[in-house]
Write a protein that binds this ligand. Structure first.
Ligand code: FAD
Ligand code: NAI
Length: 465
């Protein structure tokens, strides 16, 4: 190596950064990763994917016992919530996994530089007053919560919180208002609804889950309303006052109109996330951010500054852990002189509610705007396994090109939609036609048979409908 301390220095140890660091080390490079948090794993492992799924999984069991789902299967129980123990298993899950990354860093000889990184020049980064140089620097600093002006978040107080505060509430609020009917709002809102909170979701748009297929968004709204969530769509929050342990929000129709007040024990602000670029001293290297605050990159994840690349939530694309991980692998492969590929057209998205909501590829609306399509749908109520498991809600929808039959998008609402979507993603990655899926043997009885039947529906002939 020329005059640098490292071949690669990665800033941020989230799913983008830690994966890039490990892959680069596996490819024989000398690697450092800077992380300012006390533990590795980034948003995902510390305050995102993992702890939210720990609470979702545990609260799902509680709900199944409390809402009669277990009684339907002959199990009579009256659950008693031990919230402290539920939180403890969440903390345990996080700690096990973050320590696992530390172990992997040691195993792969990745140097963890503890502290906050800022650029001195394109090949030099200062951490805790010390300079470290590298031939290539990868920015993987992730994202943080978007604030709503006039609504001040105070996670310690637990009245107006963001997703991190919502993971740690010390007691179940009697009433909770979620601002933002997106992924975090619906996942964390589901956790506290299941545990006993009366949850109201305030969403600015006229439908939940922007970016997802239109039918899926409508079906999701129906299901969440049936579960007892109150949905205030086309509504904006114009103010918030906190008195003691209560918050009062002022709401107005999004298009303007009469204001109303809503008081709750807890308000969760979940209106999106913004890329982390502050404090990196990007000016020192002349690196600009775009109008959305993101760092633009090319297909090799190169920024406009030679020697500096970027991946994950800080660059354009969906803010998802698996997208960041795949970019982490690809950027390391490019740096090592290989070809790293991420198919950004096929990044699956999953909302881990009950039932789960998942999709990959184009929505029906986007596909229709591009050309002639065929659509096949199959309801979970007609799937033998879902029916037997008392999980009738939802459907699978497959969108295919009318002329070529190539699958353009797959959308599912089903108890295990997050698992089902993988087969669709893989089929699409291989360029599948709906015919290929329809004539692939699917094990019986599985929820995945609904994907086969939706593919048969594209061609007009499912068996069980
Ligand atoms: P991050 O995970 O944000 O990691 C960036 C790291 O960089 C952080 O640890 C930060 O401390 C560090 N850092 C930043 N600046 C500096 C600096 N200057 N110096 C040193 N260190 C720095 N995605 C999914 O795919 N599935 C899910 O189920 C899911 N659930 C989520 C639930 C919640 C509540 C939240 C908030 C997010 C969830 N996400 C989920 C999104 C997912 O967490 C992110 O897409 C993912 O973590 C992005 O990875 P990243 O590596 O780009 O950044
Ligand atoms: P989001 O973008 O999913 O949803 C935000 C919602 O808030 C949107 O519906 C938007 O219309 C609404 N909104 C925006 N401003 C508003 C306002 N002033 N008043 C009312 N509503 C308003 O963002 P969210 O839920 O905060 O999640 C952030 C990111 O984290 C997402 O991009 C997602 O990719 C990621 N994430 C992924 C998860 C998963 O994969 N299961 C789980 C949780 C987060």
């Amino acid at each position: 190596m020329a005059d640098y301390d490292f071949d690669v220095l990665v800033i941020g140890a989230g799913p983008g950064g830690y994966v890039a660091a490990i892959r680069a080390a596996q490819l024989g490079l000398k690697v450092a990763c800077v992380e300012s948090r006390a533990t590795l794993g980034g948003t995902c492992l510390n305050v995102g994917c993992i702890p939210s799924k720990a609470m979702l999984h545990a609260s799902e069991y509680f709900d199944a016992a409390a809402n009669g789902a277990m009684a339907k299967m002959g199990i009579d129980v009256t659950p008693r919530l031990n919230l402290a123990a539920m939180h403890a298993q969440r903390v345990d899950a996080v700690s096990g996994l973050t320590k696992g990354i530390e172990f992997l860093f040691k195993k792969n000889k990745v140097t963890w530089l503890k502290g906050h990184a800022s650029f001195v020049d394109a090949h030099t980064v200062a951490v805790e007053g010390q300079n470290h140089s590298a031939k290539e620097v990868v920015i993987a600093t992730g994202s943080s919560v978007t604030q709503l002006p006039g609504v001040e978040i105070d996670n310690a107080k637990g009245v107006v919180v963001d997703s991190t505060g919502a993971l740690e509430l010390a007691a179940v609020p009697k009433t909770m208002v979620v601002i933002g009917g997106g992924v975090i709002g619906l996942e964390m809102g589901s956790v506290w609804r299941r545990l006993g909170a009366k949850v109201t979701v305030v969403e600015y748009l006229d439908q939940l889950l922007p970016g997802m297929d239109g039918d899926i968004r409508k079906e999701a709204a129906k299901i969440f309303a049936k579960q007892g969530m109150e949905l205030k769509l086309s509504t904006k929050v114009t103010g918030c006052t906190v008195k003691g342990k209560k918050a009062t929000l002022t709401l107005e129709p999004a298009a303007g109109g009469e204001a109303e007040e809503l008081t709750a024990d807890c308000v969760l602000v979940a209106i999106g996330r913004k890329p982390n670029t502050e404090g990196l001293n990007l000016d020192a290297i002349g690196l600009a951010i775009n109008a959305r605050g993101q760092i633009e990159v090319d297909h090799q994840f190169r920024t406009s500054v030679p020697g500096v690349r970027a991946i994950g939530d800080v660059v354009p694309g969906p803010m998802l852990a698996h997208k960041a991980e795949d970019e982490g692998i690809a950027v390391a492969e490019w740096i090592a002189g290989q070809v790293g590929i991420v198919n950004h057209d096929l990044i699956p998205g999953v909302v881990y509610t009950w039932p789960e909501i998942a999709g990959v590829g184009l929505t029906e609306e986007a596909a229709r705007a591009k050309g002639e399509i065929k659509v096949g749908k199959f309801p979970m109520a007609a799937n033998s396994r879902a029916k037997t498991n008392h999980e009738p809600d939802g459907f699978v929808k497959i969108i295919a090109d009318a002329a070529t039959d190539k699958v353009l998008g797959v959308w599912c609402i089903a108890s295990v939609a997050g698992t089902m979507i993988q087969q669709a993603t893989q089929a699409m990655e291989f360029g599948a036609l709906s015919e290929d899926i329809a004539y692939t043997c699917h094990a019986h009885p599985t929820h995945s048979e609904a994907i086969k039947e939706a593919a048969m529906a594209v061609r007009g002939k499912p068996i069980h409908m």
